[in-house]
Design a protein around this ligand. Structure first.
Ligand code: PEP
Length: 257
């Protein structure tokens, strides 16, 4: 049985003060409406990690970095290591988001090194995969996902794969308002799970949570997570407002059921 996971990716939004206000508002809302049975993770910008971690202490809500460097330390201006994320209060880290791949040149090999560094530091990786519109139109979706998974997770143990999170984020659905249909999401998630099964065995594939990401909103989260292999959502734009994210968390309860 996989516990549904709803993760907020704030990207480069929210100052420390705005992040603190969000956490207070979300906790207020969560008191009013029962959202038990799901896990919640918030990925703020690095600068607000400690503040968010302090705000959610003892609530069970996790905190994620949005990226990390594979090395523990060094002359890497602007980068943050796994150990630094842990010290700031992170429990999870997003790796290989399509914006990192497209704008910052993250390759499958970099994703692999970052995933290993995250695991070594005790962080739960949220490894993002997804095809572009051109790749989907060319019938390449399964091959792209297989390549990203095999490359990104190469050398990991079955146990490590069973404990991490994969996020299927079709690039054409991120920040576009265009959501994958439930059938498209279901097909891609089933492909991801079978690829994990082939590479790491049935137990790892069964326990690994696979999130859908791409224009998830309060109005579409329920039907997406009703798909058998969709175990929750990674949410960008709609996670910036506490009310909207709270509704998404409530809607995510049906995931994996
Ligand atoms: C994301 O950035 O991971 C994402 C899914 O964004 P959005 O929900 O805005 O499409």
């Amino acid at each position: 049985m996989r516990t549904p996971l709803l993760a907020a990716n704030w990207k480069m939004y929210k100052t420390v003060a705005e992040a603190e206000a969000f956490v207070l508002a979300l906790l207020d809302l969560a008191e009013g409406v029962e959202v038990g049975g799901v896990e919640v993770v918030i990925a703020p910008p690095f600068t607000a990690l400690s503040a968010v971690a302090a705000g959610v202490v003892d609530t069970g809500i996790g905190v994620a970095g949005q990226d990390l460097h594979a090395e523990a330390e060094g002359a890497f201006t602007g980068a943050i290591s796994a150990g630094m994320l842990v010290e700031a209060g992170a429990t999870h880290v997003i790796i290989g988001h399509s914006e990192r791949r497209r704008l910052f040149g993250d390759t499958d090999d970099a994703v692999n090194r970052k995933t290993k560094a995250a695991l070594a530091a005790g962080l739960i990786p949220i490894v993002c995969v997804g095809e572009t519109l051109e790749e989907r139109d060319g019938g390449e979706m399964p091959a792209v996902l297989t390549r990203q998974l095999r490359g990104g997770l190469d050398g990991l143990s079955a146990e490590q794969v069973g404990g991490l999170v994969v996020a299927y984020e079709p690039v054409w659905a991120i920040g576009t308002g265009r959501t994958a249909s439930t059938a498209q999401a279901g097909e891609a998630h089933a492909h991801i799970r079978s690829t994990l099964g082939d590479a790491f065995g049935a137990d790892a594939a069964d326990s690994c949570r696979i999130l859908y990401g791409g224009s998830v909103k309060p109005g579409n989260v329920r039907e997406l997570v009703a798909e058998a292999d969709v175990d929750g959502a990674l949410v960008g734009g709609a996670s910036l407002d506490p009310e909207s994210f709270h509704q998404i968390v409530a809607g995510g309860r049906g995931a994996g059921l």
